[in-house]
Design a protein around this ligand. Structure first.
Ligand code: GTP
Ligand code: MG
Length: 412
């Protein structure tokens, strides 16, 4: 860069500028500074101007463009564009397709575009979800009821349709009274689960059969043996019936011992059978008994052909009651899957065990509404013989329905 300095009175400025132009050319960059010259203590004197002008060497020489080789040879620094260059230069045409840099940028833009689209779609579905939630809103207490049902572990749609069902059976003048709405809900749930002519079924089972043969089936650890012991104790000690026990659970020695110890305590006979044939024989030899209670192993009947065989024998030849035992702590989906698995064994009753171990009854109620066999007993603790509820099916279902809303009422 070539730099020159010029000074003179302000009145001489046009001449100084001409001088700069002559020396450095049109492309010179100038910086002017005005100052006072002469006078005393700021009084008098004249105003002068100082000009600092600079220009790139080649511009000063009106030099043509040098090739980079030339520049290298002259040890020149690379040329910078001046304002004039930028004004007069024509835009360079670049082929977009062939430039890797442009291609990279285009790719990035495309990815960005896709991400924005994804976010948009996500946001739209969120909005739809919120809209669905808003749609879910039911009038007043019914919305609260729906929330209670959901809180109790019930599926969203089922909760909504139950609450809507309750709206239909609740007269206008009862709609501000949540206690009324709750009892209407219980009523409605019961009507969904049992038909009026089946409501006294448990009572009929007890009265009609001269001899009851009860077999318990179900997954491992749900409480089959404990429940059998509770039933035995109740029939034998409270109802003073003649009772005998049979176990087909020869899968584990401990299982036999568990029942044998119990049978000894309350003075009942216990037969151990290894095949359907032996079972039939054992049952035939107990014609004098009022109640025959049969325990089974908690393995999947699908793994065990004997179980299916056993079920056929009990149903077709002996008219036994086959009770499927399921734990109340099981999720709705699992309850349904287990029910499906045990269908091969055939069952006509349901015992829900361990209701003391849950506070969310929604999944149970949902399961009962959906596809459960009629409920025969509920068990609510480990104590034999006390922790079993004998009642009409209607009362058992009512209890589950009531607990479904009351259990979660405090937590909403
Ligand atoms: N809290 C609670 N525990 C229970 C209940 N019924 C049974 N149990 C407990 O559940 C556990 C398993 O009980 P079992 O009667 O041996 O279960 P099972 O179905 O016969 O088991 P397997 O013979 O191994 O298939 C034991 O600790 C019982 O005390 C109940 O109603 N509530
Ligand atoms: Mg058992």
């Amino acid at each position: 860069m070539k730099i020159k300095r010029y000074e003179g009175p302000e009145t001489d400025l046009p001449r100084l500028m001409l001088q700069v132009k002559q020396d450095l050319g049109d492309n010179a960059i100038i910086k002017t500074q005005s100052f006072k010259k002469g006078g005393f203590l700021g009084i008098g004197g004249t105003r002068w101007v100082r000009i600092l002008a600079g220009v790139e060497e080649k511009s000063a020489n009106n030099g043509e463009h040098k090739s980079s080789d030339e520049r290298k040879a002259n040890n020149d620094s690379p040329r910078r564009f001046t304002d004039e260059d930028l004004r007069t230069r024509r835009p360079v045409e670049v082929s977009l397709e062939n430039s890797p840099a442009i291609k990279g940028i285009m790719d990035e833009l495309r990815t960005l575009h896709e991400s924005i689209n994804e976010i948009k779609i996500k946001e739209e579905s969120e909005v739809e979800k919120i809209a669905a939630t808003v749609e879910m809103d039911l009038p007043g207490w019914f919305e609260y009821l729906r929330k209670l049902l959901e809180k109790s572990g019930m599926n969203r749609e089922v909760a909504k349709s139950l609450a809507e069902g309750v709206i239909e059976i609740t007269p206008e003048d009862e709609r501000d009274d949540f206690d009324k709405i709750k009892s209407n809900f219980v009523e409605y749930a019961v009507s969904m689960i049992i038909k009026p002519d089946e409501q006294n079924q448990n009572l009929l089972d007890e009265q009609i059969s001269s001899q009851r043969i009860i077999i318990l089936i179900g997954p491992t650890g749900v409480g089959k043996t404990t429940t059998l012991a509770k039933l035995a104790a109740n029939f034998a000690l409270l109802e003073e019936k003649s009772v005998c026990l049979i176990t087909a659970d020869t899968y584990r020695i401990a299982a036999i011992d568990q029942l044998r110890t119990f049978a000894q305590i309350i003075n009942l006979s216990l037969d151990v059978v290894f095949s359907p044939f032996e079972l039939k024989k054992a049952i035939d030899s107990q014609v004098d008994k009022d109640v025959i209670l049969i325990d089974t192993a908690g393995r999947s009947p699908l793994d065990d052909e004997k179980m299916t065989e056993l079920a056929e024998l009990l149903k077709e030849e002996l008219n036994a009651e086959v009770h499927l035992v399921l734990s109340a702590t099981t999720k709705t989906g699992d309850l349904k899957a287990i029910t499906e698995r045990f269908k091969a064994a055939g069952f006509d009753k349901l015992i829900l065990s361990k209701i003391d171990e849950t506070v969310t009854y929604g999944p149970l109620l949902e399961y009962l509404i959906d596809e459960a066999p009629p409920l025969s007993y509920l068990t609510n603790g480990q104590n034999v013989p006390d922790d079993i509820i004998f009642a009409l099916e209607r009362d058992l279902v009512e209890l589950i329905a009531r607990r479904t809303i009351e259990g979660s009422d405090k937590t909403v």
